[in-house]
Design a protein around this ligand. Structure first.
Ligand SMILES: Cc1cc2nc3c(=O)[nH]c(=O)nc-3n(C[C@H](O)[C@H](O)[C@H](O)COP(=O)(O)O)c2cc1C
Length: 147
């Protein structure tokens, strides 16, 4: 099995109620010596704060694609290059939809479109959203595109 220590993980946190669980994920990844950089979507900021994330990850939290400060330090291309893998947790129906269509209108979606790394989605949503034909179609499309 592949050695999974000392990996660099880019964790993308979307705006779902399960966003609070991402804090536990950061803790778990740090425990096994992963480096964790985090992107928060605009909606995610309603559920978890950059302060709690940065306290756990000991890394800067990235939010805005047009932030001059972040761009000079690490733009969306170098952020995707830095990561060994990308985890989207929770992955909202909205972000899944954007991914499946190639929409890149914020930092999270642009980094994913600019990346050739493995992307792991942890979808979390209301059962009706999950069972909606659009969500099913988007996930099926991603399976075809990524496999
Ligand atoms: C209280 C609340 C809880 C939400 N929970 C979820 C959720 O669990 N899953 C989901 O897909 N969307 C959820 N949404 C809707 C998303 O926040 C909304 O679709 C948003 O545009 C997602 O943006 P993002 O994908 O850029 O993070 C919730 C919205 C609210 C107000």
């Amino acid at each position: 099995m592949e050695n999974l220590t000392d990996k660099k993980v880019l964790l993308i946190i979307c705006g779902g109620i399960a966003a609070y669980k991402s804090l536990e994920i950061i803790r778990g990844l740090k425990k096994i010596n992963f480096k964790v950089k985090t992107i928060l979507t605009k909606s995610a900021k309603n559920f978890v704060t950059p302060l709690s994330i940065t306290s756990l990850s000991k890394e800067k939290v990235y939010e805005d694609i047009f932030s001059i400060e972040n761009e000079s330090e690490m733009d969306h291309i170098s952020l995707s290059r830095w990561a060994d893998l990308i985890i989207v947790c929770p992955a909202t129906a909205n972000t899944i939809s954007k991914l499946s269509s190639g929409t890149s209108d914020d930092l999270a979606s642009t980094v994913m479109l600019a990346s050739n790394k493995d992307i792991y989605l942890a979808p979390a949503m209301n059962v009706r959203m999950w069972e909606h034909p659009s969500t099913k179609e988007n996930l099926n499309k991603l399976k075809k595109l990524w496999l």
